[in-house]
Design a protein around this ligand. Structure first.
Ligand code: SF4
Length: 399
């Protein structure tokens, strides 16, 4: 899943669904070489009856939060026609309980964004994230068509359409080993193209992507150098770029001691993921449908065969929940970063170690740990300045 932001709230683990990930189709029009999706050539499409059943299953659950984000994901969402979403949003609206605040979002490669999509976004308030890896020489190295052509120009055209229509969006930039040498060029790309909100995802070992260019021994040094330089650039140009990783780290560090990061990836039903056939999973969305003998492809039920409460009876659900909780518990005992991480991403633990009850991963070393250290060092350096009037600033925000 591309947007990996987490939230701060009291760290109780009582189940509350705040994110529903629906796979309208597994199909993607591109073939990025670091993609984790195993079935991205599969053109299956979700059926209206399955959609109806998803909304009924989730909305009738007593685990529902008052706010629910619906993310249309796991395949390129814009390969489905606009009419599909118009009907789907109407189905959701018909089934929505009165007190539920519902938002819809997509993460897109933007190559199919045209005026009709912009009109639909403006009409419905659909939230948009665009995947773009910085300048063309970095983006086109990995984000390709099936025939191997780069997609940067087409992505930028889609971004231009969004901007011409005044549509606010965030960008997700995947960091590979090559990217780490170019913090200035990446910063300039986003600044020059007026893209003001970005999140960095690292190239993960996940699903179909069995190897990562970041897996080498020296990567951590390079990545810390990258984020260090990027933070300098953000601070030198206040108000230009809001970086999710810096903001999340600052928020987590600044939270008082009675609160901790609520990590919905380790909470059963914090996230509910449903594929195009109505199969249901929970915890990390990236787990759904990944091949696993031990965990039954992480499918715990189907919306056509019962409610969410029935999933809890499934032996594989209980095994997964037990092991994820064991991993979280070990993280809490052993890791200094638990308070800003909340126990990590089960998907990364599984794909890197083959187990869910693990602790440290490449993913958490290169994201949570590295960024937290850099932000803490920056705050300490600022506070050590004799005439510092206020604590550290990054992206125009103060702690
Ligand atoms: S070991 Fe990794 S996943 Fe576990 S709490 Fe620490 S940073 Fe998070």
């Amino acid at each position: 899943m591309e947007n990996k932001s987490m939230s701060i709230r009291h760290a109780d683990l009582s189940p509350k669904i705040d994110l529903l990930v629906i796979q309208p189709t597994p199909f993607c029009n591109l073939d990025c070489d670091y993609c984790y999706l195993p079935n991205r050539s599969d053109t299956r499409k979700i059926k209206p009856d399955t959609l109806r059943q998803i909304f009924a299953t989730v909305f009738e659950s007593n685990l529902l939060s008052r706010q629910l984000g619906v993310v249309w994901h796991a395949g390129e969402p814009t390969t489905m026609p606009i009419g599909f979403y118009r009907d789907a949003f109407a189905l959701a609206e018909q089934a929505r309980p009165d007190n539920l605040i519902l938002t819809h979002s997509i993460q897109t490669n933007a190559v199919l964004i045209d005026q009709a999509w912009c009109d639909f976004v403006l009409e419905t308030g659909l939230q948009v994230g665009v995947s773009v890896d910085g300048p063309a020489f970095l983006h086109d190295r990995h984000r390709k068509t099936r025939s191997g052509a780069g997609t940067h120009a087409r992505t930028l055209r889609g971004i231009g359409r969004l901007q011409d229509n005044g549509i606010d969006f965030h960008a997700i930039c995947v960091l590979t080993r090559q990217s780490l040498e170019y913090p200035d060029e990446i910063f300039d790309f986003f600044a020059d193209n007026d893209i003001g909100q970005i999140g960095f995802n690292i190239e993960e070992i996940e699903g179909a992507n069995l190897n990562s260019t970041l897996a080498g021994n020296d990567t951590e040094v390079l990545l810390r150098r990258f984020f260090h330089r990027f933070l300098d650039l953000v601070k030198q140009h206040p108000g230009v770029l809001d970086v999710r990783e810096f903001n999340d780290a600052m928020t987590a560090i600044a939270a008082d001691q009675d609160t901790a990061l609520y990590n919905h990836q380790v909470v059963p039903f914090g996230i509910v993921s449903v594929d195009a056939d109505g199969n249901i999973s929970t915890f990390s969305p990236e787990l759904l449908g990944q091949f696993s003998d031990a965990y039954g492809n992480f499918i715990f039920g189907n919306v056509h065969q019962g409610g969410l409460a029935d999933l809890e009876d499934s032996a594989v659900f209980q095994k997964v929940r037990r092991e994820i909780e064991a991993g979280r518990s070990r993280c809490r005992k052993s890791c200094d970063y638990f308070g800003v991480c909340g126990g990590g991403a089960p998907s990364n633990k599984y794909f890197e170690h083959g187990r869910l009850d693990e602790t440290e991963t490449m993913y958490c070393r290169l994201t949570k740990m590295a960024v937290t250290d850099i932000i803490v060092a920056d705050i300490e350096a600022e506070l050590a300045q004799p005439d510092t009037a206020s604590p550290a600033m990054a992206g125009g925000r103060s702690l």
